[in-house]
Design a protein around this ligand. Structure first.
Ligand code: SAH
Length: 221
């Protein structure tokens, strides 16, 4: 006999109802969303709701995005197995784990030391060994590890931070929620022959990106 754990069913249902039926069809992205145990990334009191169609609190006043947004941002980046990926806003590490199954290496930066330290223990414990967690101001990027093929900004900014644009590789893709504190739109920025093109995707609502090249302190909501 073999055992199929409950969370496997819950994830399969999440992938079918929240992702595939809403138009996310890329097999690699769906496989990554099916593989990562989202319940291991959320605080104990929210585990039962880990696969619900909602963002959830992760401590420090921050949230993990709803599964659909994680998948949509990942898909927009068109990840390649040879990519060096950068994420700004590690939070609980869930998005970084999803990216790590699709890219070669993931660098992720979190400004809150407690979240960074929890994620840097959790990720290798769960077997994600190609993720490097850094603590600091992600609006500065990681110049010593640049350039990056993809950059995912998991917090809302008034505009794409200059240092991140500068650290994008040729043919690189960046996804970032741009707007004010209350509402933003996802922007996909691509670099071709040294020039940037921008596409606007869907509306969204993220916690603010706080840093030198964004809001210097959290804006009033
Ligand atoms: N991707 C995360 C969710 C991130 S929520 C996940 O899967 O859980 C946004 C995160 O961005 C928060 O943890 C917040 O502390 C962090 N953040 C905000 N401004 C930042 C900055 N300048 N540099 C790094 N992290 C930042």
């Amino acid at each position: 006999m073999f055992e199929i754990k409950d969370d496997t069913w819950q994830r399969a249902e999440m992938v079918e109802k929240q992702l595939r039926r809403r138009g996310i069809r890329d097999p690699a992205v769906l496989a990554a969303m099916l593989a990562v145990p989202r319940h291991e990334f959320v605080p104990g009191e929210f585990r039962a709701r880990a696969y619900d169609d909602v963002p959830l609190p992760i401590g420090g006043g921050q949230t993990i995005s709803q599964p659909y947004i994680v998948a949509a941002m990942t898909l927009a980046l068109r990840p390649q197995t040879s990519d060096r990926a950068l994420e700004i806003g590690t939070g609980c590490g869930y998005q970084a784990a999803v990216l790590s199954l699709l890219a070669k290496e993931v660098f992720t930066i979190e400004r809150q030391p407690e979240l960074a330290s929890t994620a840097s223990e959790r990720l290798p414990n769960l077997g994600y060994h190609n993720v490097h967690v850094h603590c600091g101001d992600g609006t500065l990027g990681l110049p010593e590890f640049a350039p990056f093929d993809t950059i995912l900004v998991a917090a809302a900014a008034p505009a794409a931070p200059e240092p991140l644009l500068a650290q994008l590789a040729e043919l690189g893709r960046m996804i970032i929620p741009v707007g004010d504190a209350d509402s933003q739109e996802l922007r996909l920025i691509e670099k071709h022959a040294g020039a940037f093109s921008t596409k606007t995707l869907e509306g969204c609502r993220f916690v603010p990106l706080v840093g030198h090249h964004s809001w210097q302190k959290p804006p009033e909501r």
